[in-house]
Write a protein that binds this ligand. Structure first.
Ligand code: NAP
Length: 249
């Protein structure tokens, strides 16, 4: 059997990069995407190649349909039959109350986090589903604990976007359960990555960690382990599940 192929959107940094490195170590051939940080993407590809693995990086904005179509076509042509999609690319904007937010922000946040996940999920199902001649596969969505906490005074828009990802996970899992595809979501809590810089608070995890029952933030690797378990056959009877990785928060 040839090595399975995993596509990780936003695999250039943070949780996506940790997932890419972990996937390569487990024998996957890896395709990662990035939005603008080509240097970070190339660094992950090089690390995988230096370890004897295979990886490619593709620039694509997951919120733009033409980019997503080009992305999947490139994976088809350069790598082959896709086995696993990790819908990891996501973003948030500066923390503020809802009554300070404008329409443009909501469109950007919903576009990247919701539409991006839907576009990639559709393209994956079209390739993986036995209904479409595929051989099955797995989809793991990166949601957030924000979807059930609501993120008041910070980013209700982001929390609501992740709520939509949760609903998509549940619905799509049921829709394709007999077509060979499992769909699950991981909901991280406070994880040490650069995403908090976008919120205007690089030290957010350390500021908020006292509210975590385990009294600490999590690492990108701890989230990646969960993603990789859900992508593996070890979770073969798990679908439609929202798995919290939050230290109990
Ligand atoms: P991160 O460190 O900020 O990395 C984000 C990654 O996504 C980068 O590779 C970035 O590419 C890419 N990206 C951003 N917007 C994109 C777009 N529109 N199209 C394509 N790629 C895009 O983020 P992270 O903290 O690892 O988060 C990963 C996922 O976990 C996200 O879905 C996030 O919402 C979720 N999450 C994170 C936390 C946390 O505490 N960190 C908690 C809950 C959920 P560039 O490198 O080119 O910028």
């Amino acid at each position: 059997m040839s090595k399975p192929i995993m596509l990780i959107t936003g695999g250039s940094r943070g949780i996506g990069a940790a997932t890419a490195l972990g996937a390569a170590a487990r024998g996957y051939r890896v395709a990662i995407t990035y939005l603008g940080n080509v240097a970070a993407a190339n660094e992950i590809v090089q690390k995988i190649q230096q370890g004897g693995g295979e990886a490619i990086a593709i620039q694509a904005d997951v919120g733009i349909e033409a980019d997503v179509l080009r992305l999947f076509k490139t994976v088809d042509e350069k790598m082959g039959v896709l086995h696993a999609l990790v819908n990891n690319a996501g973003m948030l904007e500066k923390k503020m109350r809802l009554d300070q937010m404008d329409l443009g922000r909501w469109q950007r946040v919903l576009n990247a986090n919701v539409i991006g996940s839907f576009l990639c999920a559709r393209e994956a199902v079209l390739r993986m589903s036995t209904k479409h001649g595929g051989i099955g596969g797995v989809i793991v969505n990166l949601s957030s604990a924000a979807s059930r906490l609501g993120s008041p005074n910070e980013f209700i828009d982001y929390a609501a976007a992740k709520g939509a990802v949760d609903s998509m996970t549940i619905g799509l899992a049921k829709e394709v359960a007999i077509e060979g595809i499992r769909v699950n979501a991981v909901r991280p809590g406070l994880i040490y990555t650069d995403i908090h810089i976008s919120a205007g608070e690089p030290g957010r995890v350390d500021r908020a960690k006292a509210g975590v029952p385990m009294q600490r933030g999590g690492s990108a690797e701890e989230v990646a382990e969960t993603v990789l378990w859900l992508a593996s056959d070890e979770s073969s009877y798990v679908t439609g599940t929202l798995l919290d990785v939050t230290g109990g928060r």
